[in-house]
Design a protein. Structure first.
Length: 156
């Protein structure tokens, strides 16, 4: 079998950041998949499921409520290796808008107080596996990466 593109990225040289992972044509549109790398693979501890789950709930809610870009959000979810997230947006989202949206989202998540959106038995299949304290910690960590990010090509 062919090796998939994400396995060709040298994870020993990968650091926290925002990277364009792949682009897929669907009709006349392009879907852009981004690698939101929060921890340095194989060098930093991975995130546990509670904080990943909480960040997923927070960011998915934030992104899908943005007045301008909510209809351009296709997916937001965790990586299996637990070092970050994947986010998929349509080609209608410019690089500047993407960076701004994610920076605002992680800023909101790092300060989050209150009930986690969608974290009840009727709304979530594993609603007890949440960790808002660690979610805020990792959101702060990633916010500090994004606020100074200047490579709008999002190259690995």
């Amino acid at each position: 079998m062919e090796k998939i593109a994400s396995f060709t990225v040298d994870h020993t040289e990968l650091y926290p950041g925002l990277y364009l992972s792949r682009q897929d044509k669907i009709g006349d549109r392009t879907l852009n998949s981004y690698d939101l790398r929060i921890t340095a693979p194989n060098r930093e501890q991975v995130m546990n499921t509670g904080e990943i789950h909480t960040i997923e709930h927070l960011l998915a809610t934030f992104l899908r409520n943005d007045e301008k870009l909510k209809d351009e959000v296709i997916y937001f979810g965790p990586m299996g290796c637990r070092t970050g997230f994947y986010a998929i947006f349509t080609d209608a989202v410019s690089p500047e808008e993407l960076l701004d949206l994610l920076t605002r989202g992680f800023d909101w998540a790092r300060k989050f107080e209150g009930d986690i959106p969608g974290a009840s038995a009727s709304e979530c299949g594993n609603f007890l596996d949440q960790n808002v304290t660690m979610a805020r910690y990792y959101a702060e960590k990633y916010y500090n990466v994004l606020k100074d990010w200047d490579d709008l090509t999002f190259s690995y």
